[in-house]
Design a protein around this ligand. Structure first.
Ligand code: ATP
Length: 328
């Protein structure tokens, strides 16, 4: 059975179609990422899947329940970490956890153990009695993750889990996400506009643009849409030696105007040792090697003709401040 099944999902805001009939399935226990630029429709999809928004058309089954017909059943089985902070800044970390747990009907006794375990998991136990307003952005996000895990959800939704955080904190949060999957066999659905995040974390990625899924697969499968890895070699005497480096793992071989040799291979990391072996057997001297593996950005560029930009000129931090102001 799948953790999430979505068929022809549409969400309109007035006349504007933010999600245009998407279909996908998420397997139990996998990390599935929605990757796309701002405005692609990722948050809208998460809000529909977590029962916060009603779909305009289509069907979504989350943890075995229809989001429209059985929203309460869905809510019991999911945890959510929103893009915008949602912890109470005036309360301590412990109080935030306690209140959330009580809302989910957990007893004080049950909660005592769970809160300690989860705050330790996100390394906030020693800060449990400190009001959240004194927490850094990264600490707040870790608290939100711990809070979302209190009622042991089957599926965790993370909307841009590391937006606006520094690289070190982002890497830290990635570790927690990986641990949740590996140690608790949790299904994780995350949205991101960071390519490295999708690549680091996701078992499968759906690339979203203008309300549509334009490609889906593992990072390697998506990169294959662009083509092969490319190796550039500078040889001591390229022209006459070119035939010496022909082999079945080389899909294409060209001499470039600047004198370098360009080789198309399926996997550069596997091809390079073989290449050195062949060169040494053939007595060919390699002076320089560089290689290029297609990135997810290359994939997006290949599919749309545009790049996934980090934030069209507006910094993440600025965007969050603006959003927080708009909410007030
Ligand atoms: N409440 C709303 N009313 C009208 N339009 C909206 C509303 N919420 C979102 N939109 C529009 O729907 C489109 C998709 O927005 P959505 O927030 O789902 O995208 P996203 O991929 O999550 O981007 P971001 O990461 O910036 O949130 C955007 O064009 C956005 O302006």
């Amino acid at each position: 059975m799948h953790a999430i099944e979505v068929e022809n999902l549409v969400k309109k805001y007035g006349d504007f179609e933010a999600v245009k009939g998407i279909s996908f399935k998420v397997k139990k226990g996998e990390i599935f990422a929605f990757l796309g630029p701002n405005g692609a429709g990722k948050t809208t999809t998460v809000h529909v899947l977590t029962t916060l928004l009603r779909p305009t058309a289509g069907r979504a089954i989350v943890a075995g329940h229809d989001v429209v017909k059985e929203p309460m059943e869905v809510r019991k089985k999911i945890g959510i970490v929103f893009q915008d902070p949602s912890v109470d800044r005036d309360l301590t970390a412990y109080e935030n956890m306690l209140i959330h747990g009580r809302i989910y009907g957990l007893s004080r006794n049950e909660l005592k153990e769970k809160i300690e375990m989860l705050l330790k998991f996100v390394e906030l136990w020693e800060f449990r009695n400190r009001p959240v307003k004194f927490f850094s952005g990264g600490m707040q996000r870790r608290l939100e993750i711990a809070r979302a895990l209190l009622h042991e959800p089957e599926i965790l939704f993370l909307d841009e889990p590391t937006i606006g955080l520094d690289p070190q904190t982002r890497a830290h949060i990635w570790e927690y996400i990986k641990a949740m999957k590996e140690e608790h066999d949790m299904t994780i659905f995350l949205t991101t506009h960071y390519m490295d995040e999708a690549e680091q974390l996701a078992d499968r990625i759906a690339i979203m643009d203008h309300g549509k899924i334009i490609a889906e697969g593992t990072a390697d499968e998506l990169k294959k849409l662009v083509g092969n890895d490319i190796i550039y070699l500078r040889l001591e005497s390229p022209k006459e030696e070119l035939k010496c480096i022909k082999a079945d793992f080389i899909k294409g071989c060209r001499l470039l105007p600047d004198g370098r040799v360009r080789l198309d291979v399926e996997n550069a990391a596997e091809a390079l040792p073989k290449l050195f072996e062949l060169a040494s057997e053939g007595g060919v001297k390699i002076l320089e090697v560089t290689y290029h593996r297609p990135t997810l950005n290359d994939v997006f560029l290949h599919l749309t003709g545009r790049e996934i930009r980090d934030e069209g000129g507006e910094s993440n931090a600025m965007k969050m401040v603006m959003r927080a102001r708009m909410r007030r």
